[in-house]
Design a protein around this ligand. Sequence first.
Ligand SMILES: C[S@@+](CC[C@H](N)C(=O)[O-])C[C@H]1O[C@@H](n2cnc3c(N)ncnc32)[C@H](O)[C@@H]1O
Length: 231
Amino acid sequence: MPKIPDQQIRQYVIDCGTRQTPLLRRLREQTLALAEGHMMTTPAAGQLLALLARSIGARRVLEIGTFTGYSALCVADVLPEDGILVACDASEEWTAVARSYWREAGLDDRIELRLGDATRTLEGILAEEGGAGFDFAFIDADKESYDAYYELCLKLVRPGGLICFDNMFWGRSVADPEDMRPETVALRSLNLKIQSDDRVDMSLVPLGDGMTFIRPRTRAGERVTAVGVAA
Ligand SMILES: C[S@@+](CC[C@H](N)C(=O)[O-])C[C@H]1O[C@@H](n2cnc3c(N)ncnc32)[C@H](O)[C@@H]1O
């Protein structure tokens, strides 16, 4: 069988495995023209996040790391009319692009942008409204803060909800024991922590740069199975 290059199968997934609207395509093109365009969530991940949010009936969503708004647009689009996505980012410049697309999509009333350091923002939300008020969280910001985001999201997302992390492979460096860069070390250690954390069900999936899906349990050790997959 001929070897199909990675780029070709990625394009096939975009063409046949996603339902990017013309607006999402335009946002994608505009963002890819930026020097930092590679940071954008992929169409496949955006499509999956929307499917998962809808599958669990998410109404209140947290996003940590918004950039030019691609993933927020995908997920906000599937929320019910009274749903809300709280988008946390530190960049006024990048989120200005996001805002203009959210407005054009008619979804700006379903997305609340919180500008500033995301740890401070999440702590503020927790202090304001207490815990477990969110159904779904997508974490895609600075990697050294991922553990802090994890702990805060375990308080903010209800048991039985869903927390998704992007970039858990960090360019595959987590599997290279010689790579001791701070981001790599932080993610390697978080991967191990999540694996043995009995507060959650989890799966690290080799999708894109590695995505981890986490379901906070309703109580510690909630579901011990015969084969231990969910133990
Ligand atoms: C990988 S991009 C997010 C991509 C986005 N999910 C999308 O759909 O394209 C990471 C974002 O995290 C933001 N960020 C990094 N550190 C942050 C922090 N400490 N607090 C808030 N936002 C932060 C950056 O400004 C950047 O926009």
